[in-house]
Design a protein around this ligand. Structure first.
Ligand code: PEP
Ligand code: MN
Length: 341
């Protein structure tokens, strides 16, 4: 149940509603938008008549939520969520945000070269895997903690935020000093224990759609994070597995407007994993922004042919710069901005 308070509701009125919701057995999540306070009751309350809330002082509207996700639904924050980062970067605002870098951190030289080139083209985040979820145990597994140190150093040197994948609970503490945004990979979208732990931290999470997950399942996974009190969640469409084999995955661009309608959470697109083929990445990146995506996660490598993972889908530096120029033309056409580099 969502209780939307009147614009001028007093703190006492809000508290009285919160108390009544708790008496019934709800866990109450509160969000204050630009005009009104919204109270979301989640959990399994005892029997009650929601009309009772309509007549409480200061209440504007009571909405019964039929979808299984409550906090991830748009009615919790009708105006949309903006995830704010320490240096003033905002995901979900007017500006389209690009996160770019190699699939994996491979060496000091490689990650510094990447940081320099993605920054010069206008990216705001440096991405790079430290713990890699690889289909084969014989493939490169990532440099672990060393990679995190290098990422932070390279990011700080170039004024970039850091996003990197967390694969298990024990890595959360270890990663805290090094990442601004925890990436939960497609394979872990339904690792509910990991999601619960990340719900407890106060650091934003980039939640990627599972390879065979429906949009509802994606939003339910986000719900785990929100229910824990971590409201700083960014969703990521990275392609799903279909019967098509020409591309590595099928980039579900339609998920973007669907999520925008169903949820208040920002959503970015990952056309690198979405297509698996470098020559298809720019088109799907442009489509992501045209469809209303809040940003992009893109693999770029100074020398993709030598990459230790995902070289075939990593852009050459010039391709990335060219793509960013194209996005600067598309963004204003759909009411967004992308700063000049
Ligand atoms: C990645 O971003 O490198 C990655 C492994 O992504 P996904 O979880 O979407 O496969
Ligand atoms: Mn990758």
């Amino acid at each position: 149940m969502i209780v939307a308070m009147q614009d001028r509701a007093t703190e006492e009125e809000i508290q009285a509603v919160v108390e009544r919701m708790m008496e019934i057995g709800f866990n109450v999540h509160r969000t204050t938008g630009t005009v009104q306070t919204i109270l979301a009751g989640v959990g399994t309350p005892g029997a009650f008549d929601h009309k009772e809330f309509e007549v409480l002082a200061g209440v504007a509207e009571v909405i019964r939520i039929s979808s299984p996700y409550k906090l991830a639904g748009r009615s919790f924050r009708p105006e949309g969520t903006v995830v704010r980062f320490p240096n003033g970067v905002r995901v979900g605002g007017d500006e389209v945000i690009v996160m770019a870098g190699p699939c994996s951190v491979e060496s000091r030289e490689q990650i510094f070269a990447c940081a320099g080139l993605v920054k010069a083209a206008g990216a705001k985040f440096l991405r790079g895997g430290a713990f890699k979820p690889r289909s084969s145990p014989y493939s490169f597994q990532g440099l672990g903690l060393d990679a995190l140190r290098l990422l932070r150093e390279a990011g700080d040197a170039h004024g970039l935020l850091i996003v990197s994948e967390v694969m298990e609970i024990s890595q959360i503490e270890q990663m805290m000093p090094f990442v601004d945004l925890f990436q939960v990979g497609a394979r872990n979208m339904q690792n509910f224990n990991l999601l619960r732990e990340l719900g407890d931290v106060r650091r934003p999470v980039l939640l990627k759609r599972g390879i065979a997950a429906t949009i509802e399942e994606l939003l339910l996974s986000a719900e785990y994070l929100l229910a824990g009190g971590n409201y700083d969640v960014i969703l990521c469409e990275r392609g799903i597995r279909t019967f098509e084999t020409y591309t590595r995955n099928t980039m579900d661009i339609s998920a973007i407007p669907v999520v925008k309608k169903l949820s208040h959470l920002p959503i970015v697109g990952d056309p690198s994993h979405g297509t698996g083929r470098r020559d298809k990445v720019p088109a799907m990146a442009r489509a992501t922004i045209a469809a209303g995506g809040d940003g992009l996660l893109i693999e770029v490598h100074p020398n993709p042919d030598k990459a230790l993972s995902d070289g075939a889908q990593s852009l050459f530096p010039e391709q990335f710069a060219e793509l960013m120029d194209a996005l600067r033309i598309i963004a204003p056409a759909v009411g967004r901005t992308l700063q000049p580099s």
